[in-house]
Design a protein around this ligand. Structure first.
Ligand SMILES: NC(=O)c1ccc[n+]([C@@H]2O[C@H](COP(=O)([O-])OP(=O)(O)OC[C@H]3O[C@@H](n4cnc5c(N)ncnc54)[C@H](O)[C@@H]3O)[C@@H](O)[C@H]2O)c1
Length: 319
């Protein structure tokens, strides 16, 4: 028995793959290395396959049979929101085409358990303090749409051929569980600030006039190791015959503002950098914080690490 981790050479996928391996589970990684890093999966059985290529279906089916794959954790996707607005067809091709190929292969190989990496981006701009899974999903960009449609694809496979699936809607993943698995893409707030510190430039705060205590946007930061742990809980949950829910938020239930994150980074790094307040960006909700009670109640998962540990681990991994 083994678990196939797609996108296992990526930032989150490599944490999931290592945590599973350390718990004694055999892991098979599939990744096209478009943003993934090969050294993150050294020592693991891995295949370089683009899930969106038509040839992927047969290749995936063959490796699922060869390694007696029992479950799939599907993280492989493109995730740059701005890029998805400029190149929507690329996101539909890679994210949805890739997922369709994966489901075809799973169906043919008789693999019936799937944990899907969804995103808080599926919600769009919800007008609530804490977003629960009951909130209407209304994504505002092609990236978020691919996540919501990915959930629908899994639901349809459940109806049609008995796929068991869990959608994990991640909030803001950050930090590092191991120093060699840091988030090296400079897309999210903490890596952006670290890069600015290294370049001796001022990080930007997009808007300080939101309806929040300090005027900057508030997000829910979840430590990547806690996030990885949620996948193990989700695999356990899929073993249950009676499952009340398919979709779970993975967040802490606590929000930190951009300015609070900057202040914590100043404290952790002991570098008193300055920042620059600029205009708001389109499509940024003032606050996006998970109601994380469902995953705690149903799966017994709760984030253990706070923002301090997230920033400490990220800084240590990059220094
Ligand atoms: N980082 C976050 O805060 C966050 C939040 C919500 C959801 N997610 C989702 O989590 C997943 C992992 O994100 P990440 O932050 O680790 O990003 P990442 O870019 O580090 O990882 C994605 C991995 O998938 C691989 N990949 C992409 N397209 C592929 C394809 N067609 N075939 C095979 N491999 C492919 C990449 O090479 C990479 O290794 C993604 O599905 C992303 O949408 C991430």
């Amino acid at each position: 028995m083994s678990v196939l981790v797609t996108g296992g050479a990526g930032y989150i996928g490599s944490h999931v793959a290592r945590l599973l391996t350390e718990s004694g589970t055999k892991v098979i990684v599939v990744d096209d290395l478009s943003t993934g890093i090969e050294s993150r999966v050294s020592g693991l059985t891995s295949y370089r396959i683009d899930l969106a290529e038509p040839s992927a279906v047969a290749a995936l089916e063959a490796l699922m049979r060869e390694h007696s794959v029992d479950s799939v954790i599907h993280l492989a996707a493109l995730k740059r929101v701005g890029d998805s607005v400029e190149n929507p067809e690329k996101y539909f091709n890679k994210n949805l085409g890739g997922q369709a190929n994966l489901l075809l292969a799973m169906k043919s190989a008789g693999v019936k358990k799937l944990v899907f990496s969804s995103s808080a981006a599926a919600y769009g701009i919800p007008d609530v303090d804490l977003v629960s899974e009951e909130e209407a999903a209304s994504p505002i960009n092609p990236y978020g749409q691919t996540k919501l449609i990915g959930e629908w694809m899994a639901a349809n496979a459940e109806t049609a051929w008995g796929l068991r699936h869990v959608n994990l809607r991640y909030f803001n993943a950050a930090g590092a569980g191991w120093d060699d698995l840091a988030d090296t893409q400079v897309l999210n707030l903490i890596p952006i600030v670290f890069e600015a510190i290294n370049n001796k430039s001022k990080p930007k705060v997009y808007g300080s006039d939101y309806n929040t205590p300090d005027g900057s946007c508030i997000r829910d930061y979840v430590h990547v190791l806690d996030l990885a742990q949620a996948h193990i809980k989700a695999l356990d949950y899929l073993e249950q015959d009676k499952r009340e829910f398919n979709t779970f938020n993975v967040g802490t239930g606590f929000g930190s503002s951009v300015i609070e994150v900057l202040e914590q980074i100043r404290e952790t790094t002991a570098i008193n950098f300055e920042y620059e307040v600029v205009e708001r960006r389109a499509g940024d909700p003032a606050r996006l914080i998970a109601n994380a009670s469902r995953i705690e109640k149903i799966m017994g998962w709760k984030a253990k690490n706070s923002l301090v540990e997230i920033i400490d681990s990220a800084w240590k991994a990059l220094s």
